[in-house]
Design a protein around this ligand. Structure first.
Ligand code: ADP
Ligand code: GLC
Length: 497
């Protein structure tokens, strides 16, 4: 099971009390196929159906952003009113996706906008109001539409569920015994707002205390999610350890250490129906570990698509698909760009985000068009073709809670070169990829050189590809760990009674 040993043992002891399956309501800000900016969407799109296959009853609450297209939605609630700075009226639409009800919170003044969290690089100033309305509407879903035993909240956008549940609705019998799980997908994003904004989201001044939501003079929504949670999870066992240290704790490490008996690391899974070269409709040729010939077809097509000369076919091709954020280690790539372009290698790069990294990669493309194929933007189908067409996948992250692309890469026979941190360390071993520890350009360059040397030895390279392709990170194991956690929480309730 993909949890660390001590946590797993604690859970299993309690699962002995097994009760009937719990009903789970997830609250999140994105999910495939409806809306996606990163890995959170992959998780919320795939974990609930995997739980359902295991017999759990699960539903999801999401905002209805402008880009969300729903097929035959049912309007299941009209005119729910919540207070956040002023009175907001929301309606709720439901679709069933892969057997799971998804409830969409429709509030056009808050969600019918060009962006999800920001526009032109600037966060919406009323994000606290937007996600307060999401959280309060989720409690409305629980009250009127889906009587869950467990609220499973993801990231800071769902962080206010806990404070509402434990303060505003403290005496409300609807929520007696309701358990709360907060999953941290990335501690680097906490939802920090001013103290004055606490009142705007309808919470009292008493929550402006270090024991509640106060955070260095501001309020912190993720902290609210952690303080009131019955269990806290994060997306790999290694990251669950790391976030308890000042280096990776983003100033919440003390709080997380104080809650370590309720903190679990559960590795994300992969939806192989979507990310597998045997079935992927978005790549030019399909292949498997038994017959790799299609991968060369994919590489040839990728070189052309990304504007690299076709004589690169015999050189190793390094792929990158990423948000361009400091977290992802791109300053290391800046340090070694000159040295690495002397090597016999080329790059296929897709991403968008911080302007300085977009400019950096476009600069490489201008100055070394023979080596750097770069596409700035968000393009899911090109992401699949890079996974399939590249030989090596690069993720030199400063920190990485789980990381999905390296796991996709394994299945596509695209050998990962990663920094040994968080989920990258948990998922890549020396038989399937290359890792380095020190966060430096030199360490990255050395590791790329080791990988390039190994690439020349065709048999052992092929061996490595196949070992990676045979790894199984399907959701089933991870969903099993969440199921065990749900049972654990329900059994705690029994123990109290
Ligand atoms: P994070 O959530 O931190 O961005 P993950 O590795 O968990 O990192 O997940 C990233 C997801 O977003 C993957 O599914 C990846 O393919 C996708 N992705 C990231 N950037 C892009 C992009 N520019 N175009 C298409 N897909 C992208
Ligand atoms: C976050 C993390 C990433 C993780 C994803 C899904 O965006 O940065 O490492 O894979 O969430 O859990």
């Amino acid at each position: 099971m993909a949890v660390d040993a001590a946590a797993g043992k604690r859970m299993l002891q309690c699962v002995a009390h097994n009760r009937s399956m719990a009903k789970i309501l997830m609250v999140a800000s994105e999910a495939t196929p409806f809306v996606k900016t990163g890995g959170l969407a992959d998780v919320i799109g795939a974990l609930p159906p995997a739980l359902r296959e295991r017999g759990e009853e699960v539903a999801v609450v999401l905002p209805k952003y402008r880009g969300v297209v729903l097929e035959n939605p049912a309007r299941v609630y009209d005119r729910l009113q919540v207070w956040a700075g002023s009175l907001w009226t929301v309606s709720i639409d439901r679709v069933i996706h892969r057997g799971v009800p998804f409830f969409f919170i429709d509030c056009p003044p808050l969600f019918d906008r060009a962006g999800i969290y920001n526009e032109n690089g600037t966060d919406y100033p009323d994000n606290h109001i937007r996600f307060s309305v999401l959280c309060q509407a989720a409690l409305g879903v629980l009250r009127h539409l889906f009587r869950a035993d467990i609220l499973h909240c993801h990231d800071w956008q769902a962080g206010l569920v806990g404070p509402y549940l434990r303060h505003v609705f403290r005496g409300d019998p609807t929520f007696f015994g309701t358990k709360l799980i907060t999953t941290i997908h990335n501690l680097g994003y906490q939802g920090i707002f001013t103290a004055a904004q606490l009142e705007e989201v309808g919470l009292g001044r008493e929550l402006f205390s270090p024991a509640a939501m106060e955070f260095y003079g501001d309020i912190n929504l993720l902290k609210g999610g952690i303080v009131y949670a019955d269990a806290i999870t994060t997306v790999s066992p290694r990251y669950a350890q790391e976030i308890q240290s000042p280096e990776h704790g983003f100033r919440l490490d003390g709080l997380l250490r104080s809650r370590r008996d309720r903190l679990f690391g559960i590795l994300n899974g992969v939806d192989y129906a979507e990310w597998s070269p045997e079935v992927d409709p978005l790549i030019p040729a399909r292949y498997s570990h038994r017959d790799l010939s299609g991968k060369l077809v994919c590489k040839r097509a990728l070189l052309q698509e990304i504007g690299l000369p076709s004589d690169n076919l015999d050189r190793p091709l390094i792929g990158i698909v990423s948000r361009f954020a400091t977290q992802k280690g791109f300053d290391l790539i800046a340090d070694i760009a000159e040295a690495v372009s002397q090597e016999d290698v080329s790059f296929a790069i897709l991403g968008s985000g911080e302007a300085r990294f977009e400019e950096m990669f476009l600069h490489f493309k201008r100055t070394r068009p023979d080596k750097f194929g770069v596409r700035v933007g968000y393009d899911n189908s090109l992401a699949h073709r890079i996974e399939a067409g590249a030989d090596i996948f690069l993720m030199p992250s400063q920190y990485e809670p789980c990381g999905l692309n390296q796991i996709y890469s394994l299945r596509y026979g695209t050998v990962p070169v990663v920094r040994a941190t968080g989920g990258l360390d948990d998922t890549i071993d020396p038989s399937t990829g290359f890792k380095f520890s020190e966060y430096s350009g030199q360490a990255l360059l050395n590791t790329i050189r080791i990988a390039l040397a190994k690439y020349q030895d065709h048999d052992s390279w092929r061996n490595m590809m196949v070992k990676g392709m045979l790894k199984d990170y399907s959701w089933n194991a991870s969903a099993g760990a969440y199921s065990a956690l749900y049972k654990y929480l329900i059994s705690l309730e029994l123990a109290i009674r």
